[in-house]
Design a protein around this ligand. Structure first.
Ligand SMILES: *[C@@H]1O[C@H](CO)[C@@H](O)[C@H](O)[C@H]1NC(C)=O
Ligand SMILES: *[C@@H]1O[C@H](CO)[C@@H](O)[C@H](O)[C@H]1NC(C)=O
Ligand SMILES: *[C@@H]1O[C@H](CO)[C@@H](O)[C@H](O)[C@H]1NC(C)=O
Ligand SMILES: *[C@@H]1O[C@H](CO)[C@@H](O)[C@H](O)[C@H]1NC(C)=O
Length: 487
């Protein structure tokens, strides 16, 4: 004890002295002894592509950036970088690293950027990153991670970018991102994730971009995302999604870009789009859509770009809502839409065929000539005069043929199954009117379930605030009942 105290006091006294003495020494030391095979510039040390089997010695202690890309490192040892207490970034991508000691990043508290991509990491200790709370960017993509630890990212309150693309993750622990409150970019693409829970994304209130593409989802319920109150872009392409629905009554104001291409969607649920009033870019390419309902296209109120090619369009009158919508749409569109059925129209371009065969003529007529449907051909669902006519000629798709289309096979839509909480008796929990804080998720499940049943997409949820309510009331698009009606 006495020795410790003495030691502490001595250090206290001697430390500034030592610094003074060592500073000029360090400077020249850093200049002179750049590790063999490395290039040292100012306070950065570049040791790329030099066949290093371990972290080289003689790296100046004042080093602020160390690049060891494209080497043969296999292991990161305890306190591997602890002598580099000033270090801000370490690049270790394209090595053979499979083992990382849980204390490998102890002693480098200033570290802001750590790149470990393209290695052979299969697992990480719970506390591997606990000693580097100032981390802004962490790249673990292109590894072999199959699991994440529950506390994997705990304490990373300043982390802004997290790359986990291209690993073998099938499961994301609940609340694993809870403390990542600065995270703006999260890439979980190219993994094997089949399902997420509502607590997966807890804490990510700043997240702007979420990548979930190339996973194994078969359905997506937007009730997964209400915590992501700042999200702009959601990437869900190339999963196996058959059903997209809106299980919660909330409006997602921030979402601007939604990529659902390369899935197996047959039907678009208008409720999903009613809840995305600011959606601008929608990609539905390469799905199994045969039509889009009038209600769904009516909900596309702020789109500036849409992609619809590679679906299984049925060129009967069911195609008319989307055709009429496209004729009036001035944004960017990929209109290479080809009829899959009926047989005699297979391979024809929808916009041409509907015009040449006058398939949607009565709609045009209603829209442009007279407010009343007077033709004998009126059919339900196509004669709604919802669209303002434009005088400009309709845009024709560029000639561009797709490969042979497989015949349209209608399949039953599987019954979605949701996490067990939903089956609780909603009467067990009273509907909370205006919570001032976010209640624990278990309570939300029951509370919101009751609201879902009564309202569909509307304004009543715990994330709701008065200004949001006002916006919806002014918006007046979905005629959602106001929250008061159920209290
Ligand atoms: C480290 O520096 C010493 C002295 O300058 C030198 O002899 C040695 O080769 C260096 N080691 C490496 C790995 O660069
Ligand atoms: C992992 O870390 C978290 C946060 O530090 C801690 O709460 C949890 O107990 C740890 N889990 C294990 C299995 O060590
Ligand atoms: C639209 O597509 C769905 C799904 O394939 C189908 O069940 C429905 O009958 C179609 N509606 C029209 C009007 O063609
Ligand atoms: C909502 O729309 C209806 C019909 O268009 C209109 O009569 C009503 O005043 C609108 N309400 C608000 C709050 O804008």
């Amino acid at each position: 004890m006495g020795a410790l105290l003495w030691d502490g006091r001595l250090r206290h006294i001697l430390f500034p002295l030592l610094l003074l003495l060592r500073a000029p020494l360090l400077f020249s030391f850093g200049e002179r002894t750049c590790p063999n095979s490395c290039r040292c510039e100012g306070k950065t040390v570049h040791c790329d592509s030099s066949g290093f089997l371990e972290v080289p010695e003689n790296i100046s202690v004042g080093c602020q950036g160390l690049s060891l890309r494209y080497n043969e490192l296999h292991t990161l040892l305890p306190y591997q970088f602890a002598h580099l207490s000033q270090i801000l970034w370490i690049y270790l991508d394209h090595n053979q690293i499979s083992t990382i000691d849980s204390r490998a990043f102890q002693g480098v508290r200033r570290l802001k950027e750590l790149i470990l991509s393209s290695n052979r990491i299969t697992s990480l200790h719970n506390s591997t990153f606990h000693g580097i709370p100032n981390l802004r960017s962490l790249d673990l993509s292109f590894n072999k991670l199959e699991i994440l630890q529950p506390g994997q990212f705990h304490g990373l309150r300043k982390l802004q970018n997290l790359h986990l693309r291209s690993n073998g993750l099938s499961n994301i622990p609940i609340r694993v991102f809870l403390e990542c409150r600065s995270l703006e970019f999260l890439d979980l693409g190219y993994n094997r994730i089949k399902a997420l829970t509502r607590t997966t994304f807890l804490g990510l209130q700043r997240l702007m971009e979420l990548h979930l593409e190339h996973n194994q989802f078969t359905r997506i319920n937007f009730f997964l995302f209400p915590r992501l109150a700042n999200l702009r872009s959601l990437y869900l392409q190339w999963n196996r999604i058959r059903v997209v629905n809106q299980g919660l009554p909330w409006i997602w104001y921030t979402l601007q870009k939604l990529d659902l291409s390369g899935n197996e969607i047959q039907t678009l649920d208008p409720a999903v789009f009613h809840c995305l009033p600011n959606l601008q870019v929608l990609n539905l390419e390469s799905n199994k859509l045969s039509n889009v309902s009038q209600e769904a296209v009516s909900a596309w109120i702020s789109l500036t770009s849409i992609s619809l090619a590679g679906n299984m369009w049925d060129c009967g009158t069911g195609i008319c809502p989307i055709v009429a919508w496209l004729r009036n749409f001035r944004g960017s569109k990929d209109t290479t839409m080809i009829c899959s059925s009926p047989k005699y129209m297979q391979g024809e371009k929808i916009m041409e065929v509907t015009r040449n065969h006058a398939i949607c003529e009565e709609t045009d007529y209603v829209l442009t000539e007279t407010p009343l449907p007077t033709l004998e051909l009126t059919s339900e669902g196509t004669a709604e005069p919802t669209f303002a006519p434009t005088t400009s000629s309709p845009p024709m798709p560029p000639t561009n043929t797709l490969g042979p289309l497989s015949p349209f096979r209608p399949r039953p839509i599987p019954h979605p199954t949701f996490p067990g909480h939903m089956s609780k008796n909603p009467r067990d929990s009273p509907v909370r009117t205006r919570p001032t804080h976010i209640p624990p998720p278990e309570i939300e499940h029951m509370t919101l379930h009751k609201v879902v049943v009564q309202l569909g997409c509307s304004s009543s949820n715990p994330w709701w605030d008065e200004s949001a309510a006002k916006r919806v009331r002014n918006q007046n698009k979905t005629s959602a009942p106001s929250f008061k009606s159920i209290t």
